[in-house]
Each structure stands twice: as C-alpha cells, then as structure tokens.
Design a protein around this ligand. Structure first.
Ligand code: ASP
Length: 342
C-alpha cells in the first residue's frame, strides 16, 4: 500500500512539473514573405533594415505574450509593425494592381474556437489585419470584401485613408517591370509566373504574417498582404482565405502562409498542414515539409509557411530561396533569418 502511495505521489509530482513548464511556455513566429531572396543581390543596408524591422515586429508580439496577453493581440501587434513599414508587401508597402492601385487582403483566426475574420480587396484601410479582427469579433460574418468591407469599417469608426498612402517607389518600379513583361507577352492571366520572375530581386513578394501561442495555451494566426504585383483588379489571393493562407486550432496548429496564392488556395495549404498534425500525429516540421515540398513544389507552387503548435514547436518552411522570418520561444533568444534552406 505504501508503495502504491509513493508511486502515485511521484506521478503527481511528474505531472505537475510538466504542467508548470508547459504553462510558462509561449512562443511567436512571424514572416515577411517568401521568394527569390538572395544574399548576393541584397545590399548590407537593406538586409540590416529588414532584420531590424523583423526584430521589432517579433518583439512587439513577444512583449504581449510575456505580459500574459492573448495570442490574438500578439499576432496583431507583430503584423501592425510590418503593415506600417514600407519594406513589406502589406499596408504601407503594398504592391500595385495592374491598374496602379492597391487592394489589400488580411485574415485572422482564433485557435480556441476557430472564430475567424477576413477582409479582401480593401483600398482605404491602413491596417487590414485590425479590420479582419473586427469582422471576427464584431460581425456575424467571416469575410467581407471591397466596398462592403469598407462600409463596415466606417460604421465601426475606422478612419479611411487615401489609396496613395500605400505608394512606394520600389513597388512602382516592380509594377512597371511586370507590366512591360506582361504586355510584351500578352499573358496577363495566363502566365503570371513569368511576370513575377521579371521582377527585381529582392522585392518580389513580402506578405506578412504571425502565429502565436499565449500563456493560456491558445494559438492564433494572422496574415496581411497587398497580394501579387500586377494582379488583375478584384483578384483575391490566399491570405484572406481561411484554410489556405491562415489557420489556427488549439488541437493542431497555427499557420500563416506566403507565396503564390492561387496554389495555396487550390491546395488548402494552411488547413492541410494542421490536418496532418491533428489526424496523422505529424510534427509541425514534418507536416509543413510534406505540404510545402512534396505537395506544392511538384506542381509549381512557390512559397512558405510559419507553423506553431500548442507546445511551442515551430516550423519555418519554404521552397523558395529565402523567407523573411523570425521566431522566439519563451526564455530563449530571438532568431531572425532571411536566406537559407528552411
Ligand atoms: N500569398 C500572397 C498572394 O497570393 C502573396 C505573397 O505571399 O507574397 O496574394
């Protein structure tokens, strides 16, 4: 009998130790887009600027988590920093449509209950991720688009901004190059890839996203983008599509994607990764590797994902030359990277 009590006490002790370390665990990962990013073609100044902004965004999210804040708040805090920077293809640095305007997409998802909010094709909202969150929390809908999304924003007191505030010289240059190529080859709808390949490195992509795990054990994911350069007006990519560009469920994982959106929609990338984690017991690294490298790559889908599970395991996986990325697990140093193979 004594022996039994002793075993029970030991088990209890083991459980509570594991539990204590689990409850102190929180983590965040962010991305600033995947694409043909090569060190040899990037100036040291540009690289330093990207690293600094990634770190600032990561720290903004990490600070929320460290104080015991919610993963949703951490995701929004991190994304806001990147939306407000002209370096990334979201908010201020959004790419141009073929017609020379900016149409922004964003989405957010709460891992507790799969609540989600998304906006597509908004032109006058400085921080689309905040509007996506309002759609989630303050409307019965999941996705609002274009004028309807903006009418909703106005009704909730969100200030409208001029579409020109998203203008930047480097994105204009990208558009000119893409248009030149598209017009020459007359392939606007058929061969988008050729146009993307004509764009100057390293500004081809740059969608932003974040995934976070808070001290309460809740996951959240968010993504914000200007889409793809020279896109046809009205084109909506994967970023605002729940299951394609964004997904979060405490039982499996949180994902934010970046890349050639049409493929991410067709292959339901974010949800597919979490499904493999949930039903096949795969690690986030294994699931992300399978989907990004074995499913997407053979069909020509380029891009990457950041993935986080409820134990704080992180995968930063891409099939392009680089992905702007950063991550930090509670108590460990921040990791910031741009180039590399994973
Ligand atoms: N996935 C985005 C889109 O297709 C673009 C990107 O990630 O750079 O709209």
């Amino acid at each position: 009998m004594n022996k039994l009590i002793w075993i029970a006490a030991c088990l209890l002790c083991l459980f509570s130790t594991a539990h204590a370390s689990e409850s102190a665990r929180f983590a965040i990962a962010i991305h600033g887009g995947a694409g043909t990013i090569e060190k040899s073609k990037m100036t040291p100044e540009k690289e330093a600027a990207y690293r600094a902004k990634l770190e600032e965004a990561l720290n903004a999210g990490y600070a929320v988590l460290e104080k015991g804040g919610a993963s949703l708040d951490a995701v929004v805090a991190a994304i806001n920093v990147m939306e407000d920077s002209p370096l990334f293809n979201a908010g201020r640095g959004a790419v141009y449509t073929y017609d020379g305007a900016h149409e922004l997409d964003a989405s957010i998802m709460d891992g507790r209950d799969r609540q989600a909010g998304a906006v597509a094709g908004v032109k006058h909202v400085a921080n689309p991720i905040n509007l996506a969150r309002m759609v989630m929390e303050d409307s019965p809908f999941v996705m609002l688009s274009g004028e309807g999304a903006e009418a909703f924003a106005r009704s909730r007191g969100v200030p409208m901004v001029d579409n020109k505030i998203f203008d930047t010289e480097q994105r204009r240059e990208q558009l000119d190059r893409a248009k030149e190529k598209l017009d020459r080859e007359n392939k606007q709808d058929k061969d988008y890839r050729a146009a993307v390949e004509a764009l100057p490195v390293p500004f081809r992509m740059g969608t932003v996203g974040a995934v976070a795990l808070d001290q309460q054990g809740n996951l959240a994911a968010g993504t914000s983008t200007g889409g793809m350069t020279a896109k046809r007006y009205g084109r909506i990519g994967d970023s605002p599509v729940i299951g394609a560009g964004t997904f979060a469920d405490n039982r499996s994982c949180a994902v934010s994607a970046t890349g050639h959106g049409e493929y991410f929609i067709r292959y339901n990338v974010a949800a597919d990764i979490c499904t493999r984690v949930e039903y096949q017991n795969k690690s986030v690294v294994q699931a992300a590797d399978e989907v990004i490298k074995q499913v997407l790559m053979p069909v020509g889908g380029t891009g990457g994902v950041i993935v986080l599970d409820a134990r704080g395991n992180i995968a930063l996986t891409f099939n392009t030359k680089g992905m702007y990325r950063a991550s930090r697990v509670a108590g460990q140093p921040a990791e910031v990277a741009i180039f590399g193979s994973r």
